[in-house]
Design a binder for this molecule. Sequence first.
Ligand SMILES: [Mn+2]
Length: 411
Amino acid sequence: MTSFRFVHAADLHLGSPFQGLTLKDAGIAALFVEASRKAFSNLVTQAIAARVDFFLIAGDVYDGDWKDNKIGLFFNREMARLERENIPVYLLRGNHDAESVITRTITLPGNVHEFSTQRPQTFLLEALKVALHGQGFAQRSANDNLALTYPKPVAGWFNIGVLHTSLTGREPHAPYAPCSVDDLRSRGYDYWALGHVHDYEVVATDPLIIFPGNLQGRTIRERGSKGAVLVTVDEGRIRYERMIVDEARFAELTVTVDGDDDMSAVLRRIEAEAAGLADGMEDRPLALRLRLTGKSRHHAHLVSRRQDLRDEAQAAAHRCHQDIWLEKLDLRIEPLTLPQAGAGDALDLSALLVESGAGELAEDIAAFIRDIAQKMPGGAGAGDNPLETELADLLSEARALLQARANGEGA
Ligand SMILES: [Mn+2]
């Protein structure tokens, strides 16, 4: 057997819109927007430095159809860098860049080889005695078990299966090309280069079945370090290691307040716990979703000063590290004692407020927002409406504010 090494990447999602990021600093927001492309350039640079023999991409190079040719031009430029180093690339289409989805094209250099979307195809790398088996998606949906149709291994060669799949289901990913680990094992290959799931996961070690994850976190759901996998085969022995290429990271932190905590006590808690985030940043900017939970006798005061609390929480985070940026303050603090509906005087504000949260008001407002969103230019009404998804928070904030005023706390 020969010795060689290769990159296994997937889910580049080039052209992906940056969602849900409410970073206040425009410069930092721009850095996150650029991060996906930079991460892929970093990977190409690392692959060249590692002198890999070939480069695999297991689907979803593009996030969807291109708005213009910019994203195709970017990919071509990176592929050409690999071609000048004589590194061939083998890729297939996933659900996001299925044949029927992408309508524009840019001619790619000759080192880029695409697996058929009609049937399993095998590329034979004679010099390395490596056989690559794969099939891309013709349509966005792929309900068939593609793995079971992959061919028998080439005897005496190193066989790699390339597949875009959710296996038997990986929340929150929709099922695509469903198959079991045993289905993959039944092919008798040496390595399965999977794509689709955005978290790094070594699914099995005999044979190796790996999801490399995506190259760059794009939302708060994609946290931690991101990258591809470098696989080295030496006289039949396989080693693998992660190639971390991300430019910026997402993290969540839950801080539980104590019943007696006032604003400054809450901020001290945030500062103490945010100090632990620096290790996971590895010199990258971090977008932090901070969740405050617990019960507090100062609930109304804290919630009615949400904006101050957010800015002070950002300041506390910056006292720990200059590159922690608050993505969102998720305020889930509850009052020490919930007001009881129906108790007390005829005009009980607490009771009224509790009742007002019981649905009707929320539904009215949601309908109102939908109505306005549809009339907005530029497709603002399409897809998830950020105002609508945060409605419950806004309502609870308004309730706390009103309660605080009624109690004479001012605001
Ligand atoms: Mn996918």
